[in-house]
Design a binder for this molecule. Structure first.
Ligand code: F6R
Length: 609
């Protein structure tokens, strides 16, 4: 989730771009850069780390042009480095990009054969070379840009400029946000409205496939085929802080809503439908090594550990391999029977959690192959792992993890498919069937979060309770744990997650009319058993909040609240169920007036033991 920006007008472009990038820094902050047209040349300044470093670089070498583009990066392809930072240039054109180009490898090979030299490890650089190639064919910037856009698959927001047409900026988008606006003899573009608010309150949100052409006199929008397109101008009344949160009251809610996109991005370009396989090039483990591994270990902390538990159910069911799951702080202090050649998977949003890092180092010392599933590119865990799958969720700012969790589970699905195909437990047709199910997941989550009003109503009924119990079975047992963790960390209500069948071995003693019980009861092979657990709860007068499959009819009479989750295969139900529990926790916490983005005593990344 990078941030892009562009300016064309009469003021100093570098100043406008830097001020704008400050507003976008929350979208990514591992490197930043700007390109400005100055005296008939493109001048680029880039630096790694916070924007401050770029500002320092600019103080040393001032830029004076009035047209430019800028970028703040959250790495997806290629580590955070100056070479990988945007803007990317090819001859006399330069571009910035937010998103993922799925077919970049095919373009890269073709462009290399045509003599283009690549300077970075990014997928973005192909866009710059394609644009240069089409301009060399004699096209105008706008025509060349259209031709380039037609050749791209994936998600993107792109802005470009060239030396030969200094009065024009071009932009487009597909699957990533982009907004344009007009000021006094100036035009602006950005990933969201925050940088534009200092210049104008009237903005236009571009839609997928739109091509925007910006000049100091304004913005015109056309389709990729060149036909004019009308987009309404919108007046924005948000202040800067509200705008950064996209109008949501909290980052947590914004991140919950970003999940369909985060899941899609984690999946994007990582499979081959024809062969029914997952394509995970950074795994760096051979099919033989995967086949021969005696067992798989998964280690993580907190919410990431819950994703790891989902991974256990998934891998054992789909791949038929023994999987052991452990908490980072436990694994490192026991005597784990890891053997040479075992596969060790570390899960972490930040890639900096001390206990997870220490566990991964210990596993490597014992001879395991270390694979990590990480959100922050270039983090310590990613650097120290033999192979990595990045969850492409963008920065997670709220302390309580939401989109990183569903991204991790999505990455585990891809990994399970990969191992299943390598071990030939899954056929080509099985693989294709699973890929179809994976692709439906963003839509399922979308449908859950669209029904937010139902969670608000539930929250009103229960927010004053002091204790909650969450029950789940099978692959939804970890989701019961995750639901309880979300509730306790942001609402300060005591909540416990339990395997539903374990309730009668102790916690049932706690149940009374004052203890809401959240039951996860999808229509799977454990359904009947979960319903009998629910009856036990009901017999003790507890209010029941049941999360059930869409087709469910029976529980209406038993539960006090019923929320229907889109029907999925049981193994895939954790993702939509989790989205529902996140929203329940969020609305309970806000009714209790808690600062949900910064709950007391917690840190986003626990880098100490
Ligand atoms: C809970 C939460 C924490 C983290 C845990 C591990 O909402 O965010 O439990 O999941 O601290 O952090 P990472 O995933 O960065 O290793």
């Amino acid at each position: 989730m990078c941030g892009i920006i562009g300016y064309i007008g009469n003021d100093n472009a570098a100043d406008v771009l830097i001020e704008g990038l400050k507003r976008l820094e929350y979208r990514g902050y591992d490197s930043a850069g700007i390109a400005v047209l100055q005296h008939g040349r493109i001048e680029i300044r880039r630096s790694v780390g916070k924007l401050l470093h770029l500002e320092d670089a600019l103080k040393k070498e001032l830029l004076s042009g009035t047209v430019g583009i800028g970028h703040t990066r959250w790495a997806t392809h290629g580590k955070p480095s100056e070479q990988n930072a945007h803007p990317h240039r090819s001859g006399n054109v330069v571009i910035v990009h937010n998103g993922i180009i799925e077919n970049y490898l095919a373009h890269k090979r073709r462009l290399e054969t045509a003599g283009y030299r690549f300077q970075s490890e990014t997928d973005t650089e192909v866009i710059a070379h394609l644009l240069a190639l089409h301009m060399e064919e004699g096209h105008s910037l706008e025509q060349a840009f259209r031709a380039t856009v037609r050749e791209l698959h994936g998600s993107y927001a792109i802005a470009g400029l060239c030396v030969s047409e200094p009065e024009t900026l071009v932009v487009t988008k597909s699957g990533c946000p982009l907004v344009v606006g007009q000021g006094d003899k100036a035009a602006f573009l950005a990933s969201d409205v925050t940088p534009l608010l200092a210049h104008t309150r009237h903005v236009t949100f571009l839609e997928d496939g739109d091509i925007g052409t910006l000049t100091p006199l304004g913005v015109t929008v056309t389709g990729v085929d060149g036909h004019p397109v009308h987009r309404d101008e919108v007046r924005i009344d948000w202040n800067a802080e509200a705008a950064e949160k996209g109008g949501y009251p909290h980052f947590m809610l914004k991140e919950i809503h970003e999940q369909p996109q985060a899941i899609l991005d984690t999946l994007r370009g990582r499979y081959s439908y024809d062969s029914g396989e997952a394509d995970l090039p950074d795994l760096a483990i051979t099919p033989d090594q995967l086949r021969d591994a005696r067992s798989i270990w998964i280690v993580a902390c907190g919410t990431s550990w819950h994703a790891g538990m989902v991974g256990k159910y998934l891998l054992e069911e789909l791949v038929h391999k023994p999987v052991q799951v452990d908490i980072g702080s436990e694994f490192r202090y026991r005597n784990p029977m890891v053997q040479e050649g075992d596969v060790f998977i570390a899960l972490s949003q930040s890639g900096e959690t001390a206990d997870t890092l220490a566990a991964a180092r210990e596993a490597r010392r014992l001879g395991a192959y270390v694979l990590s599933i990480v959100n922050v590119v270039g983090s310590t865990l990613a650097r120290e792992s033999d192979g990595v799958i990045y969850t492409r969720c963008g920065p997670e700012i709220s302390v309580a993890s939401t989109k990183a969790f569903t991204g991790q589970v999505m990455a585990l699905y891809l990994l399970a498919l990969h191992v299943g195909r390598v071990r030939q437990v899954l056929s080509v047709e099985d693989g294709q069937w699973w890929l179809d199910q994976f692709m439906a997941l963003p839509g399922h989550v979308e449908r859950v979060i669209k029904r937010e009003a139902e969670f608000v109503a539930m929250a009103h009924r229960f927010y004053e309770k002091k204790n909650f119990l969450y029950l789940g079975r099978g692959i939804n047992y970890p989701i019961a744990l995750e639901g309880a963790l979300k509730l306790k960390e942001i609402s300060y209500i005591h909540a416990e997650g339990y395997a539903a069948g374990e309730m009668k071995h102790g916690p049932i003693a706690l149940i009374d009319e004052d203890m809401p019980v959240v039951v996860l009861a999808p229509r799977d092979r454990l359904y009947e058993k979960t319903v009998s657990n629910l009856m036990e709860v009901k017999a003790r007068s507890a209010p029941v909040i049941a999360f059930v499959s869409e087709s469910e009819q029976e529980l209406e009479a038993l539960a006090d609240c019923v929320f229907r989750i889109p029907n999925t295969h049981a193994l895939l139900s954790p993702i939509p169920f989790t989205a529902a529990l996140q929203l329940l926790a969020y609305h309970i916490a806000t009714l209790r007036n808690i600062d949900v983005d910064r709950p007391r005593n917690l840190a986003k990344s626990v880098t100490v033991e």
